[in-house]
Design a protein around this ligand. Structure first.
Ligand code: NAD
Length: 275
């Protein structure tokens, strides 16, 4: 399978489909990430706060896959925002991952109450200059946070990774991102299993029509909407299912019907409330 790549605003590109490891137990991470790599995933999305960077790194090393075929993202946790703390946190993440360079580093949450994301972003700009991270981006940034970064710093984020699934599509943030060349990464692409997405007729009917599973329909909807996605599963058969989405296409009306499911149905925290 060849996974399409999305062109980023800094000249690099990212595989549009990857594997996320939020809530993957550190003790099981080597096995789970090794399964994902065997299935064909080459893009892994982790974070310091997930506590499993070392397991991701061990699986990457064991796989023997050439570094240039991999795309690895990790994220700076909130209490590391600042200047020196960012440099130290970056070094520590890279070391745990066992990598010489990172593909994408993200500010995990804006934490506006701490008022450090502008300073943090300036440090990210330095890290990018150093060549030890190829692309830099943000996560959970809404329009006001993005506007402030664009006004006060030099580099436009390559991506914004936000909660995005059919019930919560964040039209304001995605429109702003598109206007400024910021790629959208959809986290919780399956709604984290927190609402009965798979039973909705818009999803279930398309699944029956294409002989695919509801999860495959939702992943396909993301891909056709242009989002970067990295659904998570601990189970090998589901990892394989989630990767097997390149042999069919949703019709324009099927995409439209799923897009019409928007209802501001956030399943996780509001970015202004995370500290
Ligand atoms: P998700 O929407 O990918 O849902 C994962 C859950 O969906 C699984 O635990 C499983 O219960 C179910 N599932 C997966 N595949 C399935 C299938 N084929 N059939 C039926 N059920 C299936 O949620 P997520 O893991 O929270 O999001 C994906 C990734 O996004 C994370 O692993 C992480 O990398 C990233 N993320 C980032 C943030 C952030 O703040 N930046 C927050 C949450 C998640």
């Amino acid at each position: 399978t060849s996974v399409p790549r999305i062109q980023l605003n800094d000249g690099h590109s990212i595989p549009q489909l990857g594997f996320g490891v939020f809530k993957v137990d550190p003790n099981e991470t080597v096995r789970i990430v090794s399964d994902a790599l065997e299935i064909g995933y080459r893009h892994i999305d982790t974070a310091r706060i997930y506590g499993n960077e070392a397991g991701v790194g061990a699986a990457l090393a064991e796989s023997g896959i050439p570094r240039e075929e991999l795309f690895i993202t990790t994220k700076l946790w909130n209490d590391d925002q600042g200047t020196q703390s960012v440099l130290d946190a970056f070094d520590a993440s890279l070391e745990r991952l066992g990598l010489e360079y990172l593909d994408l580093y993200l500010i995990h949450w804006p934490t506006p109450a701490n008022d450090r994301y502008v300073e943090t972003w300036k440090t990210f700009e330095q890290l990018r200059e150093s060549g030890r991270v190829r692309s830099i981006g943000v996560s959970n940034f809404l329009v006001p946070h993005l506007e402030r970064l664009l006004a006060e710093t030099d580099v436009v984020p390559a991506v914004d990774q936000i909660e995005l699934h059919p019930a919560h599509q964040q039209p304001a943030t995605t429109a702003f991102a598109e206007e400024h060349g910021i790629a959208i990464e959809a986290w919780g692409p399956l709604g984290q299993g927190k609402y009965p997405l798979f039973e909705l007729p818009e999803v279930a009917d398309a699944a029956a029509a294409h002989g695919k599973s509801p999860a495959q329909i939702v992943i396909r909807w993301h891909l056709q909407r242009g989002h970067i996605v990295f659904p998570k599963s601990n189970r090998r058969e589901r990892m394989a299912e989630n990767f097997d989405v390149f042999d069919f296409e949703l019709s324009a009306s099927e995409v439209e019907a799923i897009t019409a499911l928007e209802r501001e149905g956030r399943v996780s925290s509001h970015p202004d409330e995370v500290n």
